[in-house]
Design a binder for this molecule. Structure first.
Ligand code: SAH
Ligand code: SF4
Ligand code: F3S
Length: 466
């Protein structure tokens, strides 16, 4: 299993400046969840009019942005070690008479901005996830005078109002943030403190952004939110998906991450009714033990979760289920862990993320008695992953022999090969010409592995989700 904090989407595709010729180089490194990937893209949009163009190499950059994640200790520590390396590059540049500006953005910036400035004086500015639209102003101020530059506001609304309406998508799929923040306060989690209260963007703004993406050739959007199904405008997420499905050219809609508490009937039914809504649901359960779920403040039980999955499967029998799991939450006994394995067996997952509990400063669980030994966590994680890996392999193997509509996204690793996704979010590799990128093509699945499928095209025609 790979954990989101080990997912390095890396530098984004080159963004061409629209208002002035690019004269400065911008390097962005993204850690953490998809919401950070979206934010990094928007930071590049905000900076493009100032003449910043993306570069893949930090050594030469005029501005380096680290967009950080605070979810687990390891994720946070990575930021400090990366900053050490960037500092050396800044010194090398200074020796040549050049100025490199270093900005720290994202959830670590929000949670410990002052600490970052103290621990790494080479950092010029710190900007929280709701304040990055202020980057141009903060950079200008940094260049005028040295001093503490911290922006950690919490009004998502101001940010979205200030962001440019147009985007420059890097491909045929795109992320689209529709909801931010979290009011759930699971006892292990920092997100309510780093991202603030739940807030939903107005549908008109989302539809306008989606239309502009579709006009630029985007065929699949993934709607993002820390609790995306808590989307609270009229009609909830189901109504939003319905409106998006009517946009010409936009043939695939996905959403993540969802909370079981916000999975309403309308959204469940939408899975059976809207062909554009892809049959994939990431619905983290965290644990299969009611005692642990209660201590986590998750507000669902193993049984209520299983019932929910059953209802979703009634609406869309072939839906792929994915989840997040934490092992070694304080007080977790072997019997609690076994209950998690039982729940996993009962659900049958297409994919999942699993994590060792990480003690986060300021969260209630950090102060709980019964913190679990690292060795026990390691052992449980290995058993959990063995089971999840098996389920993922089985899920993939079950597609062999079927014909799936595959959206080709990019060239594959080998010459003449294309890479795309099945409706169930599986990576599919298949031979074909590059002009099929952006098309949804029927592919007969010939082979499967844990992480991907291989197949053969059975037609050239563009096919939509049938
Ligand atoms: N809002 C989503 C998840 C956001 S964080 C939800 O509620 O499902 C992504 C995942 O990181 C969580 O689902 C959880 O499994 C994991 N996570 C969060 N805090 C953690 C911690 N302190 N230690 C280990 N894993 C954690
Ligand atoms: Fe964190 Fe829980 Fe909110 Fe998810 S629902 S972001 S795990 S507090
Ligand atoms: Fe990490 Fe913040 Fe996302 S803590 S997981 S980057 S919301």
């Amino acid at each position: 299993m790979s954990a989101p904090d080990e997912l390095h989407p890396g530098p984004l595709d080159p963004i061409t400046a629209t208002m002035s010729p690019p004269s400065k180089r911008l390097y962005i490194k993204t850690y953490g969840c998809q919401m950070n990937v979206y934010d990094s893209e928007r930071m590049a949009d905000v900076l493009a009019p100032l003449g910043y163009a993306m570069t893949q190499s930090p050594e030469q950059a005029d501005l380096v942005v680290l967009n950080t994640c605070h979810i687990r200790e390891k994720a946070t520590e990575k930021v400090y070690s990366e900053l050490g390396q960037i500092r050396r590059m800044k010194l090398d540049q200074a020796a040549l008479g050049k100025t490199m500006t270093i900005a720290v953005a994202g959830c670590v910036a929000q949670a410990e901005g002052a600490e970052i400035m103290r621990r790494q004086p080479a950092v010029d500015l710190v900007v929280g996830p709701q304040a990055y639209h202020q980057l141009p102003e903060l950079i200008a101020r940094t260049h005028r005078a040295k001093g503490e530059r911290l922006a950690a506001d919490f009004a998502a609304e101001d940010k979205f109002d200030a962001l440019p309406t147009s985007r420059n998508p890097g491909g045929v799929t795109a992320f689209l943030t529709v909801q931010e923040g979290c009011d759930k306060f699971c006892t292990f989690c920092v997100v309510p403190y780093t991202r603030g209260a739940e807030w939903s963007r107005p549908p008109e703004a989302i539809l306008a952004e989606a239309r502009s993406l579709a006009e630029q050739g985007v065929r699949e959007v993934t709607l993002l939110g820390q609790n995306v199904n808590a989307y609270s405008a009229e009609g909830g997420l189901a109504a939003l998906v319905r409106s998006l499905a009517r946009i010409e050219g936009l043939d695939r809609i996905r959403y993540m991450t969802s909370h079981p508490r916000d999975m309403d009937e309308a959204l469940i039914q939408a899975h059976g009714e809207i062909p554009e809504l892809m049959p994939f649901l990431h619905l983290p359960v965290q644990s299969g033990s009611d005692r642990i779920l209660k201590a986590m403040n998750r507000a669902h039980t193993a049984e209520s979760y299983l019932k929910l999955i059953e209802r979703v499967r009634q609406a869309r029998p072939d839906i792929a289920i994915s989840g997040d799991f934490i092992v070694g939450f304080p007080g977790e006994r072997e019997s609690d862990f076994e209950a998690t394995l039982d729940l996993i067996r009962a659900v049958g997952h297409a994919s999942a993320f699993s994590f060792k509990y990480s003690k986060r400063p300021g969260t209630p669980a950090a102060a709980l008695p019964g913190q679990v030994d690292e060795a026990v966590k390691d052992e449980r994680l290995a058993r959990l992953n063995a089971l999840l890996d098996l389920q993922q392999k089985d899920f993939n193997a079950a597609q062999v022999g079927k014909v799936l509509p595959v959206l080709f996204e990019r060239a594959g690793r080998h010459d003449g090969q294309l890479a795309g996704r099945s409706p169930f979010l599986q990576a599919v590799h298949c031979d074909g010409p590059l002009d099929l990128i952006g098309q949804i093509v029927p592919v007969r699945i010939d082979g499967s592995a844990k992480m991907s499928l291989t197949g053969t095209r059975i037609g050239h025609e563009d096919l939509v989700n049938s």
